[in-house]
Design a binder for this molecule. Sequence first.
Ligand SMILES: [Zn+2]
Length: 444
Amino acid sequence: MQDLDIVIKNGTILTMDPDSTLIEGGVVGLKGDTISYVGNNRKEKIIAKKVIDANGGIVLPGLINGHTHAAMSLFRGLADDLPLMEWLNKYIFPVESRMDADFVYTGTLLACAEMILSGTTTFCDMYLFEDEVAKAAKKAEMRCLVGEVLYDFDSPNYGTIEKGFEYSESLIKKWKNDPLVSIAVEPHSLFTCSPDLLQQANALALKYSVPLITHLAETLSELHDIKERYGRTPVEHLQALGMLGPHLIADHCVHLQEKEIKALVQEGVKAVHNPESNMKLASGIAPIPKMLDMGMIIGLGTDGCASNNNLDLFTEMDMAAKLHKLNTMDATVMDAMTVLRMATIEGARALGMETLTGSLEKGKKADIIIVDIKKPHLTPMYNPYSHLVYSARGNDVSHTLINGKLVMEGRKLPGLALDEIMEKAREKSGDVLRWLSDEGSGVG
Ligand SMILES: [Zn+2]
């Protein structure tokens, strides 16, 4: 217990390791960016540059937001309570077509601040100007897997799709071996991408051994659209294009038949569940309990916060547990442990990052959060897993460490000028309103 950089003591440690080991009054020791000790304090003298007293709180792996569009933080509350296509066509697409690099950087930095403050240490992003997303994540010192959105139309970032593939490839090369940023290839969806685009994206992902990420079977209109165009369901379509495999991460997976789940599991495809977005946009309810029973690896995501409207994975866990209990009329499905695993180690497995993060184990990168339980709504505590899923909220997180660095302590962000970020975000909201008035879309 010597020569450590940081030691966290006096907490209930939920390791989320394969045995879900829980250590009361345990110690986590960090050396550089890595966890070097997890266990009971064997009454050894602790010598470390910094000792963090968890003050009886819960110490657990940082949460993993498996699917988001971080910069959409700047559209939060802009237009709610609308049918999906009207929301997209009247509000989201018109403003997205006017965005620039600084807009995405600002929105992502704002999102990173929100995520760190609510205990998220890794996020997976799909958006435009992803180099800016990577830069913002680096500035905020967050771990991320990001990729430029690809589709059949021209993009305000890269122009034509040929340039989109070049841009994606340049991101892969630029961020290779970065300690925090990883790159994926991200065709938007089956209804916005031609079969040719999808197959080219697949080939690019395979060429560089990076993940391929897409929205899949999110809505009934997608299901009908793909059936009409190709005579197949979305999963059958990907299967026919030869794209199912362990490199594929499928977001949403709401409308799946049992035989399709079987095919996805057999091919090693991973999924990310976004219950709040699916509820808010009335997309449907993904058959998550069945998918888990059939052996699928599933993470949890918030989706963009225009369809959520926050990036708090604690509320996402709460919703995930309750939505499926109600849907199946079975209170035993999606228990707290299962849901917390989806937000930690299973989320890491879904993103292919389980050797790096997702659990507190010796040798893994130190992505750790502490939840302060000295609060009325968390007192008393019989079961910490239950508290995290059903009672805690993001603002109960007192400390966030990412890659061995303390990025939030006592609700303060030492590395980010939060007031300036929020001021800049307010300025950008003025641009959004101007762009919408140019389009003739009122915001009321
Ligand atoms: Zn999405």
